[in-house]
Structures are given as structure tokens and as C-alpha cells.
Ligand binder design. Sequence first.
Ligand code: MRU
Length: 345
Amino acid sequence: MNFNTVDYNREKNALVIIDQTKLPGETVFLEITSPEDAWEAIKSLKVRGAPAIGVAAAITLAMVAQNIETDEQTSFLSRLSETKDYLAASRPTAVNLFWALDIMEETARNNQTLPVEEIKKILIEKALELKEQDLTVCRRIGENGLTLIKDGFSVLTHCNAGRLAAVNYGTALAPVYAAAEKGLNIKVYADETRPLLQGARLTAWELQNAGIDVTLLCDNMSSSLMQTGAVDAIFVGADRIAANGDTANKIGTSALAVLAKHYNVPFYVCAPTSTIDLDCATGKDIKIEHRSPEEVTNLWYEKPMAPEGVNVYNPAFDVTENALITAIITEDAVYKNQGGFKWQR
Ligand code: MRU
């Protein structure tokens, strides 16, 4: 398990990812060398999870920059911007994608008086810096989240916001990993997460490999589980957090938050500060991705499990309103909900 979910191969000038559509059956690493393949990998969830998508896009932009054949800065920058816009159109909800691409473009613009060959090197170093930053940020989320966990806790999580959703370590699972490193006994319940089964395929896989006690359940079993008193806390990730704390995350997250309130279970969102989008005043401003009907009707079945042509509702994310969130944990702080969230920066 000694790998990064997203990485860069300098010799081959390639984006390297573990193909998450092949897990848990096969462990396949892909070396991606074109923007089209990177776009497809993001769209088809070969690489997924907000922080991982951001770093993958940054590495792709740096990689593509190496292949731009011009010595003229203006034309270099305009071709870089074209690729940036192209990559930004792969998925709409996770703000980390746009955040990382903006940083890369700004880095190029801030250095536009340098020779193009120099700008190219700076872009690689910037993408690698974002990769390293993700590792540090996730560790700090883990430390901050650990303050909310006690020995013997059982936590419930949804989708995958673990090491497969970031460069390594993850966000919502970071406190669990931090607790395990301290020798605490933690049990994790993982929602399977219909329709794309990130909980079953990815969370169960990575926790099992890490030697952490994990139990899988279907999404519609979480109320029954909470009713037994088995869940001490819920930890989820985020794709975009609006200025008021409303949080977009994998479809089904808001249902869990409603249940958590009913059963009086604390509901925690873990995310890097880069996931907070101050340009979105509330969750209503967050664009929600809708995906193909076949993901619901056919994808995991040998034959279709719904009548042909049936209408399908398949949003990939939902918004949990801020009032349902007990605290938001970033690398900077545990922001407790005190009738709202006051960000430190
Ligand atoms: O569609 P996905 O698999 O990219 O959705 C991922 C999630 O919803 C995660 O919870 C979120 O991106 C946070 S990952 C640290």
C-alpha cells in the first residue's frame, strides 16, 4: 500500500494514477501522457475525490506545458489557458479542480517574462508542491479530527474520502488513520454509496488493507444502524463548501446528516481549506453534476435492472445544509457550528 493515488513520472513526463474503476479486483497504475486521457480519467472516475482531482489536473497542466512547442511567452500562455479550460470542463462540482488549475495558470502568468523553458520547469515544481501540500494538509486534518475521536469509537462514513480521494491519507478518513497510528481502537462503518459504490469498492478496500476494522452496509441500512446506537460519529468529505458552511458531497450525504440529527449523532465534514469556496454564498450556488442513467440501471449488473428507457434521476452530489453539520474540520481548525461558521482565513 506504499503508493500515491496521484503522482508524476518525470522521466516519462506522465501523470500516474491508480485506476480506481478497477478496484478492488485489480491494482492497475496508469501513465497518462495526453490531456484527452487525463480528461477522460477524471470524467470516468479513474481518478476521483476532490483533492485528488485537483492535484491530477495540476500535474496534467504542467505535463502538457512541457510539450508546447513555442519560445514565445504569449502564445505559450494562451495554449496553456486552452488546456486549463478543457480540463476544467471534466467535472463541475469539486472546487479543488478549479482551485488547482487557477493556481497553475497564475504561476505561469506571474513568471511570463521568463524564457518559456524556465516557465515549464516552474510549472512542474508548482504541481509537485501542490501534491506535497495535499499530504501535509491531510495529516493536519487527521490531527484536528483526532480531537473528536475516543478509543473504542465507531464511525460511519459515506463514499470514499480516504487515501484514494487525495494524494495519500485522505480527509474524512484522516482522523481514523491518525487514531489507528496512536493505537486507538476504531471501527468504521462504510456506506456502499450507490450508484458508483465508492464505499464498497474503495473505502472498504483501503481500510481493509490498512488493517482497520471496517464493516460495509448498503446506504438504506444506515438508519437501522444508528437506531441501535452503534454509531458514535459520522465523518464525511466535501467537494465544495459554500461560504455559509453548506456542503456539497457525494449523493446520500445529506440524507445521513438528517438521520444524524434525528439520532443525535455528531456529523463532521473534513476538508482542506481549498474546498471552501467563498464565491458561493450558499449551497444553492454550487453546480451539481448529473451523470449518465446507465450508472443506475446497468453499470454493476450482468443485465439491466430497470426497464429500458425509464427516466432516471442521477445527481452525483447533494448539499447538506449548514445547520445539520456539527463541525467542519480543516487543516487550520475544527470549526464548530455556532449558529454558523466563522472562517479564520
Ligand atoms: O464522485 P466522486 O467519487 O469524486 O465523489 C467523491 C466525494 O464525494 C468525496 O467525498 C469528496 O470528493 C471528498 S474526497 C476527500
